[in-house]
Design a protein around this ligand. Structure first.
Ligand code: EPU
Length: 338
């Protein structure tokens, strides 16, 4: 484990922003991480933990220690006739973890195929796609308390998962380093093909009795067709969350916008796709300098090359202002602005 000075973070964030870290270290094991938290750089400077770097917008050089998590591995903890407990170490690429399960026909994660980022980042915001959230298969996680170096297990309840939310974004923000997660997968899963385009793609592919792999393949092809590849254009997936409003607010808006897509939540609220509102405000596919909203998914902001974090933030603020003006709804950002 070596702590470097003044390292560029360009390849460590999917927006491709060329900011510098004052100090930078890659950790390959729990032992490395224990050394890091004992170091003077960790004790005397702010820190930032990076997994896949797919959910951060870096506005300027980071004046402290950036820790890149490379602790990788996947382990079957327990295999029964019907189900499997699968553990992933936090630096593992999320998609590798999903593919490990999909290749074996173990169901539960297939709708989350190709979600960018790492296993350790997945519980931070309870990742979700195509009608499925991590919390549905999640069992527990192991995390290192940064202040004390002790390892603690968090059960699903203790993680306080919500829509793109967990305790690690709030009460326990920056307090823990996630070491691993464990999920419960099913050998006879009830496949979720109801969301969005999955059913259509399955039909197109001539699939009548889908397997875990078929659903994963469908999700991968939908994502590839809509979401830009960060290798081509810097981006961090959805930039904003889909807002939830009360039924009363929704009904008022629906009078004015009868075509507005809407999804009732189990808590009696209504979720309105931010992408739709952004599109209605004329931002979809619009380029502003080196940034813009993606032409095939308005919720994704793009670095066309050479953009700064502040330019992207300015675009985000302008989008928030125009959605507020037209719909009276304040969008909140899904990415962490640092
Ligand atoms: N829509 C538009 N314009 C667009 C895109 C979408 O009007 O440019 C409308 C669609 O017609 C549809 C609705 O918005 O009625 C929902 O669209 P979509 O299924 O593409 O999903 P989303 O709500 O925009 C969410 C997640 C994505 C995830 C997809 C698929 C959030 C913030 N985003 O997007 O997650 O892949 O559903 O499940 O919840 C991410 O978090 O980085 C991410 C990509």
């Amino acid at each position: 484990m070596t702590i470097e000075e003044n390292r560029s973070l360009k390849i460590f964030n999917t927006f491709g922003l060329p900011v510098q870290a004052r100090f930078f270290v890659e950790v390959d094991s729990l032992g490395d991480m224990e050394e890091v938290i004992a170091s003077s750089e960790f004790k005397n400077y702010p820190h930032l933990i990076l997994g896949g770097g797919s959910n951060v917008l870096l506005l300027k050089d980071f004046p402290g220690l950036v820790i890149k998590n490379n602790i990788v591995g996947i382990e079957v903890l327990n295999e029964k006739k019907e189900e499997v407990l699968l553990k992933g170490l936090s630096g593992t690429l999320w998609h590798h973890f999903v593919m490990y399960a999909v290749e074996r026909g173990w169901g539960g994660l297939e709708n989350l195929s190709l979600v960018p980022g790492s296993v350790g980042a997945s519980p931070m915001q309870n990742i979700g796609a195509y009608g499925v959230e991590l919390k549905e298969t999640f069992v527990e996680l192991e995390a290192l308390e940064l202040a004390t170096g002790t390892i603690r297990i968090f059960t699903k309840e203790e993680c306080k998962f919500g829509y793109r939310e967990s305790i690690f974004k709030h009460e326990l923000k920056d307090k823990y380093f996630i070491l691993s997660i464990t999920v419960r997968l099913s050998k006879h899963p009830k496949l979720r093909t109801d969301y969005g385009d999955i059913a259509r793609v399955l039909v197109e592919n001539g699939v009548t009795e889908p397997t875990v792999k078929d659903v994963s393949d469908a999700v991968i092809s939908i994502r590839k067709s809509k979401l830009p590849d960060p290798k081509e254009f810097g981006n961090s997936g959805s930039f904003f969350k889909n807002p939830e409003v009360t039924r009363e607010v929704y009904e008022k808006l629906a009078e004015q916008y009868p075509d507005m897509p809407n999804y009732p939540t189990t808590q009696g609220m209504v979720k309105i796709p931010a992408a739709w509102m952004i599109e209605q405000c004329g931002w979809k596919g619009k380029r502003v300098g080196n940034t813009g909203s993606h032409a095939r998914q308005a919720l994704v902001l793009i670095n066309y090359g050479g953009a700064t974090g502040s330019e992207i933030k300015k675009l985000a603020d302008d989008i928030i202002a125009s959605v507020k003006e037209k719909f009276g709804i304040t969008l909140s950002m899904e990415v962490n602005v640092i």
